[in-house]
Design a protein around this ligand. Structure first.
Ligand SMILES: NC(=O)c1ccc[n+]([C@@H]2O[C@H](COP(=O)([O-])OP(=O)(O)OC[C@H]3O[C@@H](n4cnc5c(N)ncnc54)[C@H](O)[C@@H]3O)[C@@H](O)[C@H]2O)c1
Ligand SMILES: O=C(O)C[C@H](O)C(=O)O
Length: 357
């Protein structure tokens, strides 16, 4: 006998809730819940919020192949059943579960060790990252309220722009909920480092994997401050090369936005950068020694309450924040410009708490 349309609809609703837990009636009598293997390899529980987006999909794929991840929760307000079904077929260790819409946010977050947030709208040509503030502030606030309630000890990797303001917004949400741990809130600026390594390697004619450029400050225009005097391996540049590299690194995001011509901003290089940073956070959580990355965090390195510098990642998140190190005159001038702009963006985020942006 064929199951009624009503039964099929009911199962589809349950299936949307649990995403891949039930096949449609009539397809097989064996369901995933009867399967002998239940998953549960040792590792960390990671949630991606905004998992169906341009960054979210590639990032979720990269987290699914990370051997440190045992459980991967994919949350978005659209399209997570499809993304989850697709990624869950990859034969890697992490067990994947999908969550759709605000009603499932708490299930998505409960028990997570690391929450990565690429949710929010991207830029179009002619826009600044700050033009995204109003809409993304509200999204970040709602998601962080969920984190405060369901996994207050998770490490948070915040990608949504404008990072210079969304990190202060998240801090205010966590403070209000009484769960703020500044070491666990990390703004993701890894793409600036990834770009800097690539562009510097092109100029030097070397493999980018051999290059490490500290990029400090924040994540927008002049607040992105590459410290070319501290490049590893030690390298020297002409004044013309310094000017070209600084400008290209500061405007790397705009270069992609313009090339995509209205179809969004960096997604693939960003997913790579976010996966690299998340992997570093997970190795820190595991207790590995010497994990150092740049990140926009609560900081006393300058007079500003938040600043991106090199940080040492450990079980508690950003356990040590390194000072800027010696700067040359060009970098000192860049630092002053960066701080001036950053101060306004940080205040805008901190003071927006409780409003809709
Ligand atoms: N930090 C960085 O270096 C960096 C780099 C690139 C992009 N970004 C930023 O990342 C964000 C996402 O970019 P994208 O290209 O993936 O955009 P996108 O539009 O392709 O994807 C965003 C996703 O967020 C989801 N979303 C919207 N509201 C949500 C909510 N309340 N809860 C959960 N999910 C929600 C959307 O449904 C969508 O799937 C943008 O703000 C962008 O500016 C940051
Ligand atoms: O430029 C953008 O708007 C996205 C992102 O911040 C980037 O640097 O690529």
């Amino acid at each position: 006998m064929q199951p009624s349309a009503e039964v099929n609809q009911r199962l589809a609703r349950i299936s949307a809730h649990l995403c891949t837990e039930f096949p449609r009636v009539g397809e097989s009598s064996l369901t995933q819940s009867n399967c002998r293997a239940k998953g549960g390899a040792p590792g960390f529980k990671v949630a991606v919020l905004g998992a169906a987006g341009g960054i979210g999909q590639s990032l979720s794929l990269l987290m699914k192949i990370n051997p440190l991840v045992s459980v991967l929760h994919l949350y978005d307000v659209v399209n997570t059943p499809g993304v989850t079904a697709d990624i869950s077929h990859m034969d890697t260790g992490a067990v994947v579960r999908g969550f759709l819409g605000q009603a499932q946010l708490e299930h998505a977050l409960t028990g997570m060790d690391l929450v990565i947030i690429p949710a929010g709208v991207p830029r179009k040509p002619g826009m600044t990252r700050d033009d995204l503030f109003k809409i993304n502030a509200g999204i970040v606030r709602t998601l962080c309220e969920g984190i405060a309630k369901c996994c207050p000890h998770a490490i948070v990797n915040l990608i949504s722009n404008p990072v210079n303001s969304t990190v202060p917004i998240a801090a205010e949400v966590f403070k209000k909920a009484g769960v703020y741990d500044p070491k666990r809130l990390l703004g993701v600026t890894t793409l600036d480092v990834v770009r800097a390594n690539t562009f510097v390697a092109e100029v030097l004619g070397v493999d980018p994997r051999e290059v490490n450029v500290p990029v400090v400050g924040g994540h927008a225009g002049v607040t992105i401050l590459p410290l070319l005097s501290q490049v590893k391996p030690p390298s020297s540049f002409t004044a013309e090369e310094i000017s070209y590299l600084t400008d290209r690194i500061q405007n790397g995001g705009t270069e992609v936005v313009e090339a995509k011509a209205g179809a969004g901003s960096a997604t693939l290089s960003m997913a790579y950068a976010a996966a690299k940073f998340a992997d570093a956070c997970l190795r820190g959580l595991r207790g590995d020694a010497g994990i150092v990355e740049c990140s926009f965090v609560a900081s006393q390195v300058t007079e500003l309450p938040f600043f991106a510098t090199r940080v040492r990642l450990g079980r508690g998140g950003a356990e040590e924040i390194f000072p800027l190190g010696p700067l040359n005159e060009y970098e000192r001038a860049g630092l002053e410009k960066a701080k001036k702009e950053l101060a306004g963006s940080i205040d805008k985020g901190s003071l927006s708490s409780g409003t809709d942006g």
